[in-house]
Design a protein around this ligand. Structure first.
Ligand SMILES: [Zn+2]
Length: 269
């Protein structure tokens, strides 16, 4: 697949502006967020000098990829972070968040959802999405995941949501997409048990797999009904020990809803 991208400069918001510090799941920020009283500008202050050392994270790497020596978790004060460092050769094993890329696929006023055939959240519904691979763009990854999980070829329409989930080291990048020729889809084992088009009023809200997907679909329904598309950004803050989509166990903070201009990203076979 080749990707033809012709983006025109869009108005940029230079600062993160919030109407209030945080919002519960069912209190989605409105399209007027950030334009009323009580605006708040977020500045990243970093880890304050002299502050208490953060708690030791869970060790996830045990042996060095370079020399097979034992790896220890060590606090690097110059970075204010814990790092996995080889005790034999000092190689630093960096751990970074992973991108989850996927599509909200629309066809004849319906959206395409997949019922998961694998853990986590086996049996729950989600949009086709998965981890981005090396050597691909986010849009290419989103289209690939849609083909792999839903058996559907799609045309990417526009970027739609970017949600950070720092508590689990993930960032979600979901695109709006249209079903493309031959306009067919089918659940792809083992990832999916079932793939269906849902009218918006029939979206199985109580059976959705992930908090990011639940939020994205709520914004999608809101935008579709108003026919006013935005790109949504926010940070999903999960309570410690919360499940992938436990009601009331996460909050959306740092929210921005950016009005979109003309849709200019298209894929070509
Ligand atoms: Zn080593």
């Amino acid at each position: 697949m080749t990707l033809r991208i012709a983006l025109r400069p869009a108005p940029l918001l230079l600062r993160f502006i919030l109407p209030r510090p945080s919002l519960l799941l069912h209190q989605l920020p409105t399209r007027r967020a950030g334009h009323g009283p009580g605006q708040r500008v977020i500045h990243y202050m970093g880890h304050q000098a002299g502050a208490t050392q953060p708690p030791t994270p869970h060790k996830t790497i045990h042996f060095c990829s370079q020399c097979a020596g034992p790896v220890d978790l060590k606090f690097v004060s110059s970075e204010d972070r814990w790092r996995h460092i080889c005790s034999a050769c000092s190689h630093v094993h960096y751990l970074n968040p992973r991108n989850v890329v996927g599509c909200i696929v629309e066809h004849e006023d319906q959206v395409l959802l997949c019922r998961r055939g694998i853990q986590p959240q086996l049996g729950k519904w989600t949009v086709p999405a998965g981890y981005m691979e090396l050597q691909e763009s986010t849009a290419e990854g989103a289209a690939r995941e849609t083909l792999e999980e839903a058996g559907a070829a799609v045309e990417i329409v526009a970027p739609y949501v970017h949600f950070d989930i720092p508590g689990i080291g993930q960032a979600y990048l979901l695109f709006r997409a249209r079903l493309a020729p031959p306009f067919t889809f089918a659940a792809q084992a083992p990832e999916s048990l079932e793939t269906r088009l849902f009218p918006l009023e029939d979206i199985p809200w109580d059976e959705l797999a992930f908090s990011a997907v639940s939020l994205a679909l709520r914004y999608y329904v809101e935008d579709r009904r108003s026919q006013s598309w935005r790109m949504h950004h926010g940070v999903i803050r999960k309570q410690a020990g919360a499940g992938p989509n436990d009601p009331g166990s996460f909050k959306l903070t740092d929210y921005m809803g950016l009005p979109l201009g003309a849709e200019r990203i298209q894929t070509q076979a």
